[in-house]
Each structure stands twice: as structure tokens, then as C-alpha cells.
Design a protein around this ligand. Structure first.
Ligand code: ATP
Ligand code: MG
Length: 412
């Protein structure tokens, strides 16, 4: 893609109304656009990142048997009335110009909807277990929408729901989901702590959150450096300096970002919405359920919080908007054009700064801000050696390599 044709431009100034690093960098670099507090448009560069995150999530969730589907944002009143969640203040209820009595809420989670759908298709123990998921927009009336894209009032969530004959089968699947979550976050460059937490508006029991330690995070996690055991302050009796109940290691305390949450739901939703199956003896039993959430925008924000320096973002390769950023300097434009075509032919995901009006300094600053992991520069000087300067985003200086060899290295 040619940078001269990109829909967005970078800006030098930090947005005035954003305190968090993720929002400042993502807005300045042109990944997101703030429409209102907690409401962000995801721009072309940002959408590339979100698509990469989504692809990783799909791979790992498909691998544990999740079947992707799509439920709608408009959720009928009868669903949430069935579980007493219709009047929770988190929901944006929908009224029309003429009818002030709401009969829908914009979905802030989909346990009730998926449970009722499942009741149509699950009848016997032979139908179990099953798992379905979606990547879909959720709406929540967040009181504190101030952490940039970490807390939206409208945001993309992957929500997975699993259905089981008994608690034992649920717990087996819960363990698989836990491992899939670790892989997803690790592949996206996030070290997470598997953290014991409360059930919020979802379940009376405990749940598990995936927390990324970061000063901007709104949660507080007590964690063991040695074995990784962790508890959310909301439910924890631990203090900083305590001994880890598991391994005896030292407990630390840190702010953290909840990027994922998994919930053993038991039979709360199946009982409320009539989801039951006939067991081997023909007796009706309620289906045992789990649900599993990940915020995609929050993940993008968390990645930026962790991977940045004073010049901009440093994307981990797996989620970078492009693999390489090619920069043409004055006097080397036509050679750079030819090299760009070769990279495209070799199937390399390349962003090409071909802007005639930008100075070398502006091009370098933009490349650092946007944060593509590998930068290639073609200038009169590099061409003297039939070469291109290659530099990793996190390195200070680059080196000159031959053009053809560079293509070979990049296509591996
Ligand atoms: P929080 O405690 O931060 O408000 P939550 O516990 O209410 O979040 P869940 O219902 O567990 O959120 O949602 C599942 C996942 O969706 C979260 O782990 C997070 O990654 C994401 N998420 C939740 N709320 C938001 C939000 N307002 N903006 C962006 N992502 C969110
Ligand atoms: Mg949660």
C-alpha cells in the first residue's frame, strides 16, 4: 500500500483530551479516530491490526472446537427479563421517536440469546458438548470512559459459549479455553496473569481474568513473580509482600488491564431459558455452560501500552499493520518504485512511503510513530552499493543489505 494514498495522515500533536498513551499514539498515528468519549472509529491502519488479532483468535478458538457465528446487537427484552439483567444500568435501551417504552437493549453480552438458540438444537446427551463464538460489537454504558480504546462504550468482543452435560466436562473445556487464551495473548505480544476474580453481573461464583500488568490499568492484581499465581484485588485477601499460597514466592501488587475473562456459568442461564437435555436414562438435565470473552480493541490498546518508546509504537510482528515500511528518499524514487513492485510480487506485506512532499525527517518520524517492525530505506547513498538500509523498529541503527538478498530474507 502506498502511503501517499492512505486515508489518514499522522499528526505531531497529542490529542488534548486523551491521557492514556494508547489513545495518544493510536490517534496521532492514524489508527483510531475519537468520535465521542468511549466511541472510536477504527481507521484503515487500526483495522489491519484488529484483523490480525481476530485471525489469531479465530485460529486458536477454532482449534478448541469453537464454531463461529454472528448474533445481533438488538436484544429483545424477554431475554434479559428471564435472568433479571434487563434493568442493569450497563445496558443502552432502545426507544424510538414515537415509542418511549423500550423493548430492546443493545447487546452488552449474549448469554441469554445464545442459550435460547441452543435450546432449539440441543436435546440429548449425544448433542453435547458444543461451543459457538462470535466477534461482534458490544455496547456498555461505561461510567469511566477515559482510558482510550481500553474502555469503549462500543467495542468489539470475541465471546465464546460452551455447553456441557456436566460440571466435569465443563471444567475440562475450561482448561482448554485457558490454554487457548494464553496462546492468543502470547502470540499478540502480551504476557498475561491468569487471575482469580469475581463474577460481576454474570455469575455468583468466581471467574478467571487474564491481566496484563500496566500502570494505566484500572484493575489491581496481586501476583506471584515465581509461579504466576494471581488474584484480583476485588476478591483477594492477599497483600503486597505476602507469601504466595501456591509456591511460597513473594506477592507483588500492580495495576493491570483485564484483556480476557472466562466464566464457569453452571446452569444459571440454561435453567432461566429452558436449555435441557435428555441423559442416557432419558431424564431431563439442565445444560452446564461456560462463557469466555476477549476485547479486541482493548487488546490493541494494551499492546500499544506495552510496546512503545518515546518516538511511537513498536508493533509485535504478528499484529503489525504491515510487515515492512519502505521509505523512498529524494533522488531514489524510481528505484524505490521498482523495489516496491518486487516486494509486492514476492508477497511481502509492505507499506510504501512514496510521498513526494514529505522530508526525510518527516518520513523517519512517521515510520517510528506508526511502528511497523521493519524499516527499509532506499536513498542515493544505499543505491551506490545496490543496496537498501534495513532497520528493526527497536534497533537504533540499521545496516545496508543487497536488494535481492533483502527480498529473500523478508519472504521467509
Ligand atoms: P471491566 O471490568 O474492565 O469493565 P468487564 O469485566 O465488565 O470489564 P467482561 O464482561 O468480562 O468485562 O468482558 C469480557 C472482555 O471484554 C473483557 O475482558 C475485556 O477484554 C473486554 N471489555 C469489557 N468491557 C470493555 C470496554 N468497555 N471496552 C473495551 N473492551 C471491554
Ligand atoms: Mg470481566
Amino acid at each position: 500500500m502506498r502511503q501517499s494514498k492512505l486515508f489518514t495522515k499522522t499528526s505531531k500533536e497529542n490529542p488534548k483530551d486523551e491521557q492514556s498513551k494508547n489513545a495518544q499514539l493510536l490517534e496521532r498515528a492514524g489508527f483510531i479516530y475519537k468520535n465521542s468519549a468511549g466511541i472510536y472509529t477504527i481507521l484503515p491502519l487500526g483495522w489491519r491490526v484488529i484483523q490480525k488479532i481476530a485471525a489469531i483468535i479465530r485460529e486458536e478458538i477454532n482449534a478448541i472446537g469453537g464454531q463461529e457465528m454472528l448474533m445481533q446487537a438488538m436484544v429483545d427484552k424477554h431475554y434479559l427479563k428471564a435472568t433479571g439483567r434487563w434493568d442493569i444500568d450497563i445496558g443502552f435501551k432502545i426507544i424510538t421517536a414515537k415509542n418511549p417504552e423500550p423493548s430492546f437493549v443493545l447487546g452488552w453480552t449474549h448469554e441469554e440469546v445464545v442459550t435460547e438458540i441452543a435450546a432449539r438444537f440441543i436435546n440429548s446427551y449425544r448433542d453435547l458438548p458444543l461451543a459457538v463464538y462470535q466477534i461482534q460489537t458490544k455496547f456498555r454504558n461505561e461510567a469511566r470512559a477515559k482510558s482510550g480504546i481500553l474502555r469503549g462504550r462500543e467495542f468489539l468482543m470475541k465471546d465464546l459459549y460452551s455447553f456441557h452435560a456436566d460440571e466435569r466436562d465443563l471444567l475440562e473445556y475450561y482448561e482448554k479455553a485457558k490454554q487457548a487464551y494464553f496462546k492468543i495473548f502470547e502470540r499478540c505480544g502480551l504476557r498475561t496473569y491468569y487471575t482469580l476474580a469475581g463474577g460481576g453481573d454474570f455469575t455468583a461464583g468466581n471467574t478467571h481474568e487474564f491481566q496484563v500488568l500496566a500502570p494505566v490499568g484500572e484493575d489491581v492484581t496481586y501476583y506471584c513473580e515465581k509461579c504466576g499465581y494471581a488474584e484480583n484485588k476485588e476478591i483477594s485477601k492477599l497483600k503486597a509482600g505476602d507469601k504466595c499460597p501456591g509456591c511460597g514466592g513473594k506477592i507483588g501488587e500492580a495495576n493491570s488491564i483485564e484483556v480476557g475473562n472466562i466464566f464457569p456459568l453452571g446452569t444459571k442461564y440454561s435453567e432461566a431459558l429452558g436449555l435441557a437435555y435428555a441423559d442416557e436414562k432419558g431424564n431431563r438435565q439442565p445444560v452446564v455452560m461456560g462463557s469466555y470473552g476477549i476485547g479486541l480493541g482493548r487488546m490493541m490498546g494494551a499492546i500499544v501500552e506495552i510496546h512503545n518508546d518515546d518516538k511511537g509504537i513498536i508493533w509485535p510482528e504478528a499484529v503489525a499493520p504491515f510487515k515492512v515500511h519502505l521509505i523512498a528518499l529524494e533522488g531514489a524514487e524510481s528505484e524505490a518504485d521498482k523495489f516496491y513492485d518486487k516486494l509486492i510480487k514476492a508477497g511481502i506485506d509492505v507499506f510504501y512511503d512514496d510521498r513526494a512532499y514529505a522530508t526525510a525527517g518527516e518520513k523517519f518520524n512517521d515510520a517510528d510513530l506508526i511502528g511497523i517492525p521493519c524499516r527499509l530505506v532506499i536513498s542515493k547513498k544505499t543505491l551506490e552499493n545496490d543496496g537498501v538500509e534495513i532497520k528493526k523498529r527497536f534497533d537504533k541503527i540499521g545496516e545496508i543489505a543487497k536488494m535481492d538478498a533483502t527480498i529473500d530474507i523478508l519472504s521467509k
